[in-house]
Design a protein around this ligand. Structure first.
Ligand code: LLP
Length: 420
């Protein structure tokens, strides 16, 4: 459920008419709904109510906007971060350092040192090499780092290849077969307190089966580690729960996920940790765009050229992702169209041969389910500005990330003296 609905024939975000946002901020612009973010945060938490004190860490990569993080911090969420930049955002949003998990396959020594000094609650180590470096760096500061070892369970998540992370040939974690020996060596290091394991097999999972298979493998591993004498207190089950992008998508409900987790982990005796991203933010945001013009195509579907492009919303170009397209003031009829942006490559295509609300030049429209992996993946390709973000709360809204103009970007570039 989300709060982007028609009121008197005009799409609103909560109680704000989208044309009012377009008039005030221009287009393209991302629009987030606070009520939807809060609802999703609560639904996910409730789904895990059968567990003992689960730790919820919002995957900042899915939507790192400071105001969005603030909304989730107020909901009691911590953060899963994968860079120093994300860590700074989570801290700036008021999340406690203790509630932040530092993931990522390529943490630099500088990032690790900064995270140690900030008192980050847990490092999710992705290799023996990283664990050794973490121990050494913690020692240099006279600190102890709390860590879990990310394992790669070699399970096919059944999602797009570019967002699968749990197959043996993916770069993430250590192979589950090698985990016991690596865990033993890391546990022996000073300044490193190993307390469990982590996994994350991929994103936009539309079936619980691969998750259950992977969790069961982790359960076996936890027992094997305990048999070796290790004290396992934490298991981080990652994120990955999919959302509905189109009407016939049928992702698992958070409650079904929660039931499965409770059943599979009931004897583990650990604190479970979660890193949801998309399931919280995905349907809490839309990308508002304006039709520049409509031109005939080769068949019977015209090209609807909108002012949003692949630099603003990269998912269709990168993963052939589907985002519903709707007119802000639909008239109830339908037309067949190809929806494209202004960027000069064919990849800048949002949909081909899609049945959509009829639109013409200057009409406003939205791409739905753009709250996760939307603005954060924007670029300035084709020397376009960086897309702004707006947060709606009831009948008020605020710009929570400014549009960064092409002029501002140009001003940060310099021609060296020797070239003048
Ligand atoms: N934890 C880890 C270690 C992750 O790598 C990710 C996502 C998450 C949690 C959050 O996963 P979620 O709950 O959002 O599925 N740009 C792609 C998605 C990349 C996901 C990367 N990792 C897209 O637009 O579909």
């Amino acid at each position: 459920m989300n709060h982007f609905d028609l009121i008197n024939g005009v799409l609103h975000a909560e109680d704000v008419a989208l044309p009012d946002i377009a008039a005030a901020v221009g287009t393209p612009v991302y629009v987030y709904s606070r009520a939807t973010l809060e609802r999703h945060a609560q639904v996910f938490r409730n789904a895990l109510s059968g567990l003992d004190n689960p730790h919820l860490a919002f995957a900042v990569k899915s939507n790192p906007n400071l105001a969005v993080l603030k909304v989730l911090a107020k909901q009691g969420y911590g953060a899963d971060v994968v860079s120093g930049g994300e860590m700074d955002r989570a801290l700036a949003a008021g999340m406690a350092a203790q509630d932040i998990v530092f993931s990522g396959v390529g943490k630099t020594a500088e990032e690790i040192l900064r995270a140690l000094k900030a008192g980050i609650g847990q490092f999710n180590i992705e290799s023996e090499e990283e664990g050794a470096e973490l121990a050494m760096l913690a020692g240099s500061l006279g600190l102890t780092a709390y860590a879990v070892l990310r394992i790669n369970p070699d399970v096919d998540a059944g999602t797009h290849g570019k967002i699968s992370t749990g197959k043996a040939d993916n770069k993430f974690g250590v192979g589950i077969d090698r985990a016991p020996e690596i865990y033993a060596r890391l546990s022996a290091l000073p300044n490193l307190h190993m307390r469990g394991v982590a996994l994350h097999i991929g994103s936009q999972l539309t079936s619980l089966e691969p998750l259950e298979t992977a969790f069961n493998k982790v359960g076996v591993l936890v027992q094997a580690l305990r048999d070796q004498g290790h004290i396992i207190t934490h298991v981080d089950l990652g994120g990955g729960l999919g959302v509905r992008y189109r009407a016939d998508d049928n992702p698992p409900e958070p409650a079904e996920y929660g039931d499965m987790v409770a059943r599979v982990t009931k004897d583990w005796g650990v604190r479970l940790m979660f890193e949801p991203g998309r399931v919280i933010a995905g349907n809490a945001g839309i990308l508002l765009t304006r039709v520049i013009r409509v031109k005939p195509g080769s068949g019977n579907a015209p090209f609807v050229i909108v002012d949003a492009a692949m630099n603003d919303l990269a998912r269709p170009a990168l993963y052939d992702a589907w985002h519903d397209f709707e007119a802000v003031a639909p008239n109830g009829q339908k037309m067949l169209a190809n929806i494209v942006g202004p960027v000069c490559e064919t990849g800048d295509t949002f949909a081909m041969g899609r049945e959509i609300d009829p639109v013409q030049a200057n009409d406003l429209a939205i791409f739905r389910t753009a709250g996760a992996y939307g603005a954060t993946m924007a670029s300035t390709y084709n020397s376009r500005g960086l897309v702004p973000e707006v947060l709606v709360d009831g009948d008020k809204f605020a710009v929570v990330a400014e549009r960064i103009s092409p002029e501002t970007i140009l001003a940060a570039e310099h021609v060296p003296d020797w070239l003048k």
